[in-house]
Design a protein around this ligand. Structure first.
Ligand code: SF4
Length: 727
């Protein structure tokens, strides 16, 4: 789309959404009974069921049209704040996830060598007994700490965490260190909150560095970004690649990878030098301004130009424009910031830039997390957890003293399986995660899985990691199961089955519960079934589960966010810390500072990775509908690079890094810096169980080096350099 067509399309979609919202669905109503269309459908054996999408982690509201027990269509729920009636391509393709011929249809126990792809069918009782026996054997022989647990961000994650804490291990991995550790740590150390919100609707000036909302779709945020563009708000995008977000921006700045930090430090320099900051806000709410002013003296726009290759006068102009739009201006905190070791410093600089213009809790600025508070669900009562014995295999805090405990360092956990230090892990229970395709150095991850005594996987399809499992416990798809309730501000939403499970699958809520029972830990997950658990979560609210199921959501009356208090910041000083107390305590420079990123040698290129709008990380590549619109990833090469090696688009090229080599089709374009090669992640699957996606494209995990930022634990994925040649 051109900018004009894009905006027109947006307006048309908005009108459609409004019509659906007004005509068919009223808040809190019985959806089926409040629509003449729905009434006529009912006679034909059609029903509409509200639920929540799980094609990514954004949790949009969905209305499923079910005809005689078959899901015919998924539409966005206009009552849901995460999507306001619209689904993205992945959300629309959820039906294929449900009816995929590659679903795991019953529990499987490995019958050949690990990784051979040979399993035998097992009953649930046998598969859960086998899993519990293996986990018990490990606990008795090596202690609970020898068992590692890993899960994705999902609605049943809290119950997985109860299971592992009850088991008694300190070893739990999420994939945050491959995604947003640098961002959350940078903001935590500055504001005392890991992730403030952003008021797009009132914002007048937005700077994005790496938040590619047109491709890394977070539905409502993407819509808000589109509305900003349509309104003519100034949007500046720093990206070495002409991403789809860059194509909609007012200004695209093709920054040298790893040097956005220089750009932001120079902006801070200009804003302080020209006294464009908000002195009242800075004096009242922050500490460390004088130290910052001294530090950035040397970071002139001319200095930054040499680093980031953006002209000094552009940096100066943007700094002035940004400050002039204050407080309705945002330097966006970003999301996936696992790029360079200096990404943490970059996030600190971004956080501080927002402090200088005083946009905290202002229209068009950052939104404090107290504003994002939600109603509190009822919790399960269970005995106290046993004390976890042993230090953590991800190195927090003994190897990484500054990484917040909740974040972890998954790549180090994998490495420690291989070294056996400080002690040897023996088992890994993985719930809907795919470390084989996500952690750098894929072969190392496979070697680690091969070394363990036991690998158990809970998943819907045979992911690359499930392919190396001893047992696969098949989960029902999100259209067949309940999960924990979702509170969003003053509303509760429910994910519920729109049809009965098609095969011998179970919800993860029941898999965790029944596994806990087999392990003798049933008292920690004290519910009979999913409905029993949901009723416990609903105990404090005057609504029944049946009412919630019928309406799809429940609005809590008299829910208030307390705006009366002055700002409170959960930092050691109680103020916003331009100069971080934690950094100072650790003997590090306490204000944002320059840190030189590595550069590729001659004939080497930065390897950049990112998302496409049609797929979610490693999860949707086997979805045949999505493969129709995005069939495989290709390596973006600048035209000059393609000419040098003599390739055109769709020719096969070989990318080679220090740790691996892949073959992939080329995509030749002017839309990338000549020193960079870009590929979408999530392709190059090794599991033959993913029959549609197997062998399509290439995996960045086969190329990425393992480099870790010691402060945030973030993986520095863009510090991998590759050569490229014609295949
Ligand atoms: Fe589903 Fe798309 Fe929403 Fe993600 S953003 S929950 S995939 S509709």
């Amino acid at each position: 789309f051109s900018r004009r067509q894009f905006i027109k399309g947006t307006a048309a979609t908005a009108a459609l959404g409004a019509a659906v919202g007004a005509g068919l669905l009223r808040p809190g109503s019985n959806l089926a009974q409040n629509s003449s269309l729905h009434n006529s459908d009912l006679a034909k054996g059609v029903k509409y069921v509200t639920t929540i999408c799980e094609q990514c982690v954004w949790r949009c509201g969905v209305i499923a049209k079910v005809e005689n027990g078959v899901v015919k269509m998924l539409e966005g729920n206009p009552n849901h704040p995460n999507n306001s009636g619209r689904l993205c391509p992945r959300g629309n393709a959820g039906i294929e996830t449900l009816y995929s011929p590659d679903r795991i249809k019953f529990p499987l126990i490995r019958a050949g060598a690990r990784g051979s792809g040979l399993w035998r069918r097992a009953s649930w009782d046998e598969a859960l007994n086998y899993t519990a026996e293996q986990m018990t054997k490990i606990k008795e022989k090596y202690g609970a700490k020898a068992m590692m647990f890993n899960s994705t961000d999902n609605l049943s994650q809290p119950f997985f965490e109860i299971l592992l804490k009850a088991y008694g291990t300190p070893n739990y991995g999420t994939q945050r260190s491959l995604c947003f550790n640098a961002m959350t740590t940078g903001f935590l150390y500055t504001y005392g909150v890991p992730q403030p919100g952003t008021d797009y609707s009132n914002c007048k000036y937005m700077i994005f560095t790496g938040r590619n909302l047109a491709e890394g779709i977070s539905n409502s945020e993407t819509q808000e970004m589109i509305e900003m563009v349509a309104k003519g708000v100034k949007v500046v995008v720093l990206d070495p690649r002409f991403s789809k977000t860059a194509s909609k921006a007012t200004e695209w700045l093709p920054v040298r990878p790893g040097t956005d930090l220089a750009f932001f430090l120079a902006m801070i320099h200009v804003i302080i030098k020209e006294k464009l900051y908000n002195p009242e806000f800075v004096n009242k709410y922050s500490q460390g301004f004088e130290d910052l002013a001294a530090e950035v003296q040397e970071y002139t726009p001319e200095w930054a130009e040499k680093k980031c290759e953006i002209p000094a006068e552009t940096i100066e102009r943007i700094a002035r424009e940004f400050a002039a739009a204050a407080p309705a201006a945002i330097a966006h905190p970003n999301w996936r910031t696992s790029n360079f070791v200096n990404s943490f410093q970059n996030e600190r600089a971004i956080a501080v830039l927002n402090v200088l213009i005083g946009n905290w809790a202002q229209p068009g600025g950052l939104i404090p997390d107290q504003e994002l508070n939600t109603v509190k669900l009822g919790v399960l009562s269970h005995p106290p957890f046993p004390a976890a014995q042993g230090i953590r295999l991800d190195g927090v805090p003994w190897q990484y003293p500054m990484v917040p405990l909740a974040y972890g360092v998954i790549q180090t956990m994998r490495d420690n399986i291989l070294t056996g230090k400080p002690y040897e892990a023996k088992g890994w229970l993985i719930s809907r995660q795919n470390p084989v395709l996500s952690i750098p150095e894929r072969q190392k991850t496979i070697n680690a899985l091969m070394k363990l005594d036991f690998v158990g996987v809970i998943d819907i399809q045979a992911s690359d990691t499930a392919y190396y499992a001893d047992v696969i416990l098949p989960e029902s798809s999100y259209l067949e199961r309940f999960d924990g309730l979702i509170p969003i501000k003053n509303k509760l939403f429910i994910r519920q089955p729109v049809i009965e499970p098609l095969y011998e699958t179970k919800s993860s809520l029941m898999i965790y519960k029944e596994l806990a029972d087999k392990l003798g830990l049933g008292e920690f997950l004290p519910y009979q079934d999913e409905k029993d658990l949901l009723r416990k979560q609903l105990e404090a609210f005057p609504v029944t589960l049946e009412e919630l199921q019928q309406a799809g959501h429940y609005e809590v009356e008299n829910f208030r966010v307390d705006h009366s208090k002055d700002f409170e910041f959960q930092t050691s000083s109680g103020k916003i810390e331009i100069s971080s107390s934690i950094m100072a305590q650790m003997g590090k420079k306490a204000v944002p500072t320059w840190s030189e990123p590595p550069r590729p040698d001659k004939d080497h290129y930065y390897l950049l990775t990112g998302k496409t709008a049609q797929h979610t990380q490693m999860f949707t590549q086997n979805n045949r509908w999505l493969l129709e619109v995005f069939p495989e990833n290709r390596a973006w090469l600048h035209t000059s690079v393609a000419a040098k090696i003599g390739v055109k688009s769709n020719d096969e090229v070989v990318l080679e890094s220090e740790v691996g080599k892949v073959s992939i089709k080329a995509y030749v374009t002017e839309g990338i810096r000549p020193d960079c090669i870009f590929m979408v992640g999530g392709f190059g699957h090794v599991s033959k169980g993913l029959k549609a996606a197997y062998s399509l494209g290439a995996s960045d995990s086969a190329l990425h080096k393992t480099v870790t930022d010691p402060i945030s634990g973030s993986s520095a994925l863009s510090e991998t350099f590759v050569t490229v040649s014609k295949a």
